[in-house]
Design a protein around this ligand. Structure first.
Ligand code: ADP
Length: 271
């Protein structure tokens, strides 16, 4: 069996310029949604400064990946996803202090020494920001594309733009954007409030000709399910948020395999 990413078809970075916009939550749900669609899915938590996938996927603190042949980690299965995180190798309370080159090296090692096996897609929950670590990871990993997560807020959009430009610099195609925390629906009166603004993601999408893959609402249930280690895509399969994530995951896979979602028929000209 192949170790490392040798048998992984597509590696997709999930990135945000800014921290706290929901990148890890989106990564977990995209991965779970892709698994629900029948794909073999891996998730690498590369957010070394705040690894949160163990918690998001409900993997208890202290659960360690098995090691085989004394050198390869076996990813931990959760909600149909094969997950690996630096956090599995430490305790939740242990702070991780990394300097640039050390962090890039450790990440690279974690990718290569994990027995991912045959995957259709490996999502990489990137560290937030666009510094050396992100750039090195983007250059050294054979990324098929990147999904950029942003809120519609100006300050997040400025950073999302930086992330997009970084990927473009290293020729990684932008698969699309997920606009998170877009609308809040009041649980008392049903009033819809665009807490972080409304058009930001669309403006960015137009500017870079990349689609918005999903608009995810700001919702208490998303926060609660994330905290409880049961992503909303897994616990509320029939809900609208899960449906939005499945649609986004399907669009990502379609773009990667080059078979875009159905379009208007092309007109062929004959003489
Ligand atoms: P990042 O990876 O960008 O730092 P996280 O995914 O860790 O962000 O999310 C930050 C916080 O926001 C978490 O507490 C998470 O549960 C919450 N959160 C993320 N997306 C949503 C959402 N759509 N609605 C409500 N809370 C959310």
């Amino acid at each position: 069996m192949s170790q490392g990413v040798g048998a992984v078809k597509y590696i997709v970075a999930v990135a945000s310029g800014k921290g706290g916009v929901g990148k890890s939550t989106v990564s977990a749900n995209l991965a779970v949604a892709a698994a629900q669609l029948g794909y073999q899915v891996g998730l690498l938590d590369a957010d070394i400064y705040g690894p949160s996938q163990a918690r998001l996927l409900g993997i208890a603190d202290g659960v360690m990946p098995d090691v085989i042949e004394e050198k390869f980690f076996i990813p931990i299965e959760a909600h149909g996803v094969s997950a690996m995180s630096m956090a599995f190798l430490t305790r939740e309370k242990t702070p991780m202090v990394w300097r640039g080159p050390m962090a890039s090296g450790a990440l690279q090692q974690m990718i290569e020494s994990t027995r991912w096996g045959e995957l259709d897609v490996l999502f990489v929950d990137m560290p937030p920001g666009t510094g050396d670590i992100q750039l090195t990871l983007s250059q050294r990993t054979r990324l098929a594309g990147a999904v950029v997560v942003t809120t519609p807020q100006d300050i997040a959009l400025i950073d999302a733009r930086r992330a997009i430009e970084m990927f473009q610099k290293v020729s990684v195609p932008i698969v699309g954007m997920v606009q998170n925390m877009a609308i809040h629906t009041c649980s008392n009166c049903g009033h819809e409030d665009p807490v972080f603004g409304s058009d930001g993601g669309q403006t960015l999408a137009n500017e870079y000709e990349a689609p918005i893959l999903a608009n995810i609402p700001l919702s208490r249930v998303i926060r609660e399910t994330s905290d409880a280690g049961a992503p909303i895509s897994a616990v509320d399969k029939d809900g609208s948020v899960a449906a939005a994530y499945r649609e986004a995951a399907a669009a990502v896979m379609a773009t990667l395999s080059g078979s875009e979602a159905p379009r208007a028929p092309t007109i062929s000209m004959t003489e």
